[in-house]
Each structure stands twice: as C-alpha cells, then as structure tokens.
Write a new protein. Structure first.
Length: 130
C-alpha cells in the first residue's frame, strides 16, 4: 500500500522524483536547465519548503512563487505537460488525502500561472501594437 505525503521525507521524495522527470522531459527539461543551471540544490530546497508549507502546514516557505516564472517562455502546453508529470508522479508513489490535496493544489497553481503568463504576454503584445 502506498503512503500519504505526511512527512518532510515524503515531500522530498515527491519533489526529487518530480524534478528528475522534469529534467528528462524534452519540452520542459531545457527550460528548467537554462533557468536553474547549477542551482538545483537551492531550487530543490526551496521546493521542499514550499510544499511543506502548502501540504503539511509547517510554515517554512516565504516568497512569491509566481515571480520567477513571469518571464519564462511558457504556454498552455508547458503547463499541461508540467501538470501531467506532477500528477502521475504523485499517483505512482502516494495515496491519501494529502496526496489528493497536492494534486488539487498543483492543478490550481498550473491554471493560475498559465492565466497570469497569458495575460502578461497579451499585455506586451497589445502595448507593442500601440
């Protein structure tokens, strides 16, 4: 039986396996590699704290998760791929209410980030047309 995501160790397992899959993905891997480059340990640590705060309600993360993504060359296909990898990664390893909450939060985050980036891109396009 699979365990739920109820400890920091489970968060680390979820994050590490997810980003391992992201690195191998031909659509997302190059984008992440370009942005993160040699700072994977720092990025992973930040993601542990982010998900620990969201899922375990242990407030170890502060910051704005959207800001680093605002200038990235992303569209719906990127977010769809990200979400598919994210959900499949959780389903492969975990089950339970916190795992379900993680998938729900990931889905919501992908939709919000996609919407904001789409809005920013349209605003740039509109101002370039003026």
């Amino acid at each position: 039986m699979k365990q739920d995501i109820s400890t920091l160790e489970a968060i680390k397992q979820m994050v590490d396996s997810f980003y391992s899959k992201i690195k191998e993905n031909e659509l997302l891997g190059p984008i992440f590699e370009e942005r993160i480059a040699n700072n994977w340990p720092g990025h992973l640590e930040k993601m542990y704290r982010f998900w620990q705060t969201i899922l375990l309600e242990e407030h170890t993360y502060s910051g704005s998760p959207f800001h680093p993504h605002a200038s990235m060359p992303l569209d719906k296909m990127h977010f769809r791929t990200w979400l598919e990898i994210f959900v499949n990664n959780i389903d492969e390893q975990f089950e339970g209410p916190i795992a379900e909450e993680a998938k729900k939060r990931g889905t919501l985050m992908a939709a919000i980030f996609n919407s904001k980036i789409d809005y920013l891109n349209k605003a740039k396009h509109d101002s370039a047309q003026s």
